[in-house]
Design a protein around this ligand. Structure first.
Ligand SMILES: [Mg+2]
Length: 234
């Protein structure tokens, strides 16, 4: 199946945020977000297992709070969300994503952002870039429960509910293995976005329906699928 065929079949696009839309944690921002949570432990920070105390991935730290520090978990999530809210204000859109969003809207697709990032931070980005009239909805993290997050299908199911869509009418575009796993668990199709060449072999090994290397490919495919006579091909 080609990208154009897949998109012609599925009118609801679920769009991962970090990667396809912008980079939420450039440079040390992931570690700094983790630090904002780790600091909540005060002196007890010294007792963190090394894989949590040294983690650059803020989600590793959030998961620790969710599983081991239930009393502080909501506070940690809020500290994380505040960091994300700050970083998205200076994040530049991924090359080609604004044209891709326009093209998908032009071909009648709905676009719902589905992300492990904080819903309020995503909303801030959408408002800053005036995407509100092109993005149908945002389903992001709203609490500390990490079981909600991709690779689990919960957020995708919430997005499908919002669109009143069946899984077979939807396709997720994401840049991580966890996106492919979440899409499979929810029963949607998935387009893997290999935004760095070194990610391609790993993403391919999880067998996404399609793999793209540039967001522009979504624009080109739309042009292909709407060329004169294309409707007659059935
Ligand atoms: Mg991502």
């Amino acid at each position: 199946m080609t990208l154009a065929q897949l998109l012609a079949e599925r009118c609801h696009v679920l769009l991962d945020f970090d990667g396809p839309v912008c980079a939420v944690f450039p440079g040390d921002r992931g570690r700094e977000s983790g630090d904002a949570m780790r600091r909540l432990l005060g002196d007890r920070m010294a007792h963190l297992p090394p894989e949590v105390s040294q983690a650059d991935d803020a989600f590793v730290v959030l998961r620790y709070f969710d599983q081991h520090e239930p009393e502080l978990a909501e506070k940690a999530e809020q500290a994380f969300a505040a960091e994300e809210g700050r970083t998205v204000l200076t994040a530049t859109p991924t090359p080609g994503v604004l044209d891709a969003i326009k093209a998908l809207r032009g071909s009648g697709h709905t676009i719902t952002i589905v992300s492990n990032n904080s819903e309020s931070a995503i909303l801030a980005f959408v408002e800053l870039h005036r995407l509100g009239d092109q993005i149908e909805g945002i389903v992001g993290r709203t609490r500390s429960r990490t079981e909600d997050l991709k690779p689990k299908p919960y957020l995708l199911r919430r997005a499908l509910d919002k669109r009143a869509a069946a899984p077979t009418e939807a396709v997720l575009i994401g840049d991580s293995v966890t996106d492919i796993q979440a899409a499979r668990a929810a029963g949607t199709a998935v387009i893997a976005f290999a935004n760095r060449p070194e990610k391609e072999p790993t993403l391919r090994s999880y067998e996404p329906d399609i793999l793209i290397k540039l967001m522009e490919e979504l624009v080109r495919s739309r042009n292909e699928s709407t060329r004169p006579g294309a409707e007659d091909l059935g």
